[in-house]
Design a protein. Structure first.
Length: 155
């Protein structure tokens, strides 16, 4: 029996076969004017086995969204996955996988050096009470410790 192909790329990924942490090119969309959006799957936690706690995830999102742009003007968005196991990183006209890994690595190094979470207040954030700089830094530290595994998607 052949399963129906889903519209959402990650719904077609067998989450029981992947081995976090990893970074994979998940999708490419081309705009009417030829711009290409590359969506990368930055998987931090093993699907269905572990997940990030919301305050740490939320702070890591803020930190990566702000700090990644210090390393590349190609970052369109960094969005957390609802399953709390990783992030999607959208880049415009940037298909250099090794450079994407470098940008992520540099950004995570910046997270370790951060002294506060950017935009962690009621004016700039929709749930300012839900943050943990220490939790975000622990996630970054653990991810960096496994840097040599990021290119291996499947077990």
């Amino acid at each position: 029996m052949t399963e129906k192909r889903m519209n959402v790329e990650s719904f077609n990924l067998d989450h029981t076969k992947v081995k976090a942490p990893y970074v994979r090119l998940a999708d490419i969309k081309e705009g009417l004017n030829g711009d290409r959006i590359h969506k990368y799957d930055l998987r931090i936690c093993q699907p269905n086995k572990e997940h990030m706690e919301m305050p740490a995830l939320h702070s890591l999102e803020h930190l990566m969204a702000e700090l990644s742009r210090n390393h590349s003007d190609k970052v369109v968005d960094i969005s957390p996955m609802g399953c709390q196991t990783g992030f999607y990183i959208a880049m415009i006209n940037h298909d250099d996988y090794d450079d994407v890994l470098k940008i992520i690595e540099q950004t995570l190094q910046d997270v370790l050096e951060a002294t506060e979470v950017p935009a962690c207040n009621e004016v700039q954030c929709g749930w300012a009470a839900s943050h943990s700089l220490e939790g975000a830094q622990e996630l970054a530290r653990n991810l960096l410790a496994k840097r040599n595994e990021w290119t291996e998607v499947f077990a």
